[in-house]
Write a protein that binds this ligand. Structure first.
Ligand SMILES: Cc1ncc(C[n+]2csc(CCOP(=O)(O)OP(=O)(O)O)c2C)c(N)n1
Ligand SMILES: [Mg+2]
Length: 321
């Protein structure tokens, strides 16, 4: 299990480092919200899921997409805006999707997928499936009305839904303390009637264990569960670089998170030779994915009106008139 988790963590860290490196060339046509520093939350939780379980996430979704089994070629091609991307080059980094492996969607609009996840969980319940849904969102999303409404509905209907709040302490440049009257997000979740636990978002092994027991409760019909994972965004809110020069936070705030880096901590637990094999394979996969993106074509202009709200160009024209 350690090797599997390390591979997943290393793979996400390294592909995002490559995204950051390539970004300056302008070949990547999409804004990127990097998860560097936050990878362990997606990796720990997704490792406890079955292939037929599904996840919903946010625009900071590279880690989730890859941790749930999303195809790396299709992800990098999507960032390049290529037709071989996971949404045929139309969604970009913020709208990753791979329904084959249960990545049902990520969204640029804060909070939206919380309600989408509840809808999916309700449909699973009505179909008497024992699959479950996990919904990932940020601390900022808990200030949206849809968060409150969805928690209430999920408890009322005893939905098989695990809420995972990735609390990195900031919404863009504003700290949680400046935004929330009650920063204890677990207390708010409990107030709606579900169990909630705050975990160290760098501790991938504990996250995996706790997710596994929460998911077992979902399958047993015990209703929604809530995990708040404390974590830290190492890079700027959007884009490849650092943003400590902006003055809204100090670099020293990141230091304990870097010292306790989940990728490095787990790497130290893997025998050196095994680790080298894993790292080499991941590096090859990343090289292949960027080559695939570089050599793939852009979508043909004839695709402009396909895979959007309407397939019918006449309907679209009617909407414009
Ligand atoms: C409905 C909505 N309101 C505002 C925004 C602008 N916005 C983009 S990201 C963001 C911060 C969200 O913070 P959080 O949920 O903590 O996620 P993080 O970026 O920290 O991962 C905001 C306010 C948006 N995209 N959608
Ligand atoms: Mg945040």
């Amino acid at each position: 299990m350690h090797a599997r988790l390390f591979r997943s963590l290393y793979r996400i860290r390294r592909v995002e480092e490559e995204v950051a490196r390539v970004y300056a060339t302008d070949k990547i046509k999409s804004p990127v919200h990097l998860s560097i520093g936050q990878e362990a939350v997606s990796v720990g939780v997704c490792d406890a899921l079955r292939a037929d379980d599904v996840v919903f996430g946010t625009y900071r979704g590279h880690a989730l997409y890859l941790a749930k089994g999303g195809d790396m070629n299709a992800m990098v091609a999507e960032l390049y805006g290529k037709v071989t991307g996971c949404t045929r080059g139309k969604g970009g980094s913020m709208h990753l999707i791979d329904t084959e492996c249960g990545v049902m969607g990520t969204s640029a609009v804060v909070g939206t997928t919380i309600a989408n996840a509840a809808g999916y969980a309700y449909s699973l319940k009505l179909r008497r499936s024992d699959a479950v849904v996990v919904c990932f969102f940020g601390d900022g999303a808990t200030e949206e009305g849809v968060f409150a409404e969805t928690l209430n509905f999920a408890v009322l209907k005893r939905l098989p839904l695990l809420f995972v709040c990735e609390n990195n302490g900031y919404a863009i440049h504003t700290s949680q303390a400046k935004r929330q009257g009650l920063p204890d997000i677990c207390a708010r979740a409990r107030a709606y009637g579900m169990p909630a636990e705050r975990l160290d978002g760098n501790d991938v092994l504990t996250l995996r264990d706790k997710a596994e027991s929460a998911i077992a409760k979902l399958r047993a019909g015990e209703g929604p569960q809530f995990i708040e994972a404390t974590t830290y965004r190492w890079r700027e809110h959007v884009g490849p670089g650092a943003d400590y020069h902006l003055g809204y936070r100090e670099k020293s705030e990141c230091a304990p998170w870097e010292e306790n880096d989940a990728v490095r901590v787990l790497a130290e637990q893997i025998p050196t030779e095994q680790r080298a094999v894993i790292e080499a394979a991941v590096e090859r996969e990343i090289t292949t994915a960027f080559e695939f993106a570089e050599t793939s074509p852009f979508p043909h202009p004839s695709e402009l009106m396909t895979d959007i709200f309407t397939e019918d160009a006449n309907d679209f024209a009617a909407c414009q008139s």
